[in-house]
Write a protein that binds this ligand. Structure first.
Ligand code: NDP
Length: 243
């Protein structure tokens, strides 16, 4: 049995990743923070399709909850073969308007949450001498986004972290890669008006918003044997917007 943990899989990109990995034969832990019903819907879809999935409540900004999710998965399913550190939140606005609380929340969810999940998963993967980790960054982690400075900082941090961890774990049979999505039409962008979305799409060389499935396809490839010689890389899924 192959097992995958995906944080923030109740909707959006994480949902597409969970469903896609289930189709690849993984037993999937569908991590969620607040949205139990949505996470259960994802599990139901997978189970209806003949797969195995379980929803697990885990606020990634709380290290004890991350540890508990990994320990639960290991105890219940044995190996942990794939971990996708996907959970994330945005913070839009001028830096001068960000409160201390907002800054801490974005860093603790996006960056610390990713690092903690990777650390806990690495403990299990090191004992197995195998595993695949995929982190989810953003094009703003590559080039910085105006009015998304703290978000960009967390996503840039994820890129550096993933490259470093890839070097640390390579000899132990564990690959670590990062996906940097561009503009993907999900709830995280619900602060944007339709006009603003159209303006972004107008700048995208491939002339459309990305879909959660576009990102999931990259994750499926990175975690497959077809990418067995790929580690420490950032795969940009952005329609050519950032090169
Ligand atoms: P959504 O807002 O659609 O989904 C966010 C997911 O993260 C939900 O499942 C949510 O769970 C979960 N989540 C939020 N806070 C926490 C937390 N503290 N602990 C655990 N889970 C949490 O966002 P997307 O699917 O668009 O984004 C997924 C990832 O992709 C994020 O890291 C985001 O930064 C990144 N990304 C997205 C882009 C886009 O344009 N959409 C572009 C580049 C990167 P719940 O439903 O329970 O609240």
């Amino acid at each position: 049995m192959k097992t995958a943990i995906i944080s923030g899989a109740s909707r959006g990109i994480g949902k597409a990743i969970a469903i896609s990995l289930a189709k690849e034969g993984y037993t999937v832990i569908v991590g969620y923070c607040r949205n139990k019903a949505k996470a259960q819907e994802v599990c139901d879809l997978i189970i209806k399709d003949g797969g195995i999935a379980e929803a697990y409540q885990c606020d990634v900004s709380a290290p004890c909850q991350v540890r508990a999710m990994v320990e639960y998965s290991k105890a219940k399913f044995g190996n942990i073969d794939v971990v996708v550190a996907n959970a994330g939140i945005s913070a839009y606005g001028m830096l001068i308007d960000h409160s201390d609380e907002t800054i801490a929340n974005v860093i603790n969810t996006n960056l610390v949450g990713c690092i903690t999940l990777c650390r806990e998963a690495s403990k299990v993967m090191l004992s197995q001498k195998s595993g695949n980790i995929v982190t989810i960054s953003s094009m703003w982690g590559q080039v910085g986004g105006s009015c998304e400075s703290v978000y960009s900082a967390t996503k840039g941090g994820i890129i550096a972290f993933s490259k470093a961890l890839a070097k640390e774990l390579a000899l132990s049979g564990i690959r670590v890669n990062c996906v940097a999505p561009g503009f993907i039409d999900t709830e995280i962008n619900s602060n944007l008006s339709q006009d603003e979305k159209n303006q972004i799409v107008a700048d995208i060389p491939l002339a459309r918003a990305g879909t959660p499935q576009d990102v999931a396809n990259a994750v499926v490839w990175l975690t497959s044997d077809k990418a067995s010689y790929v580690t420490g890389q950032v795969v940009a899924v952005n329609g050519g917007l950032v090169i």
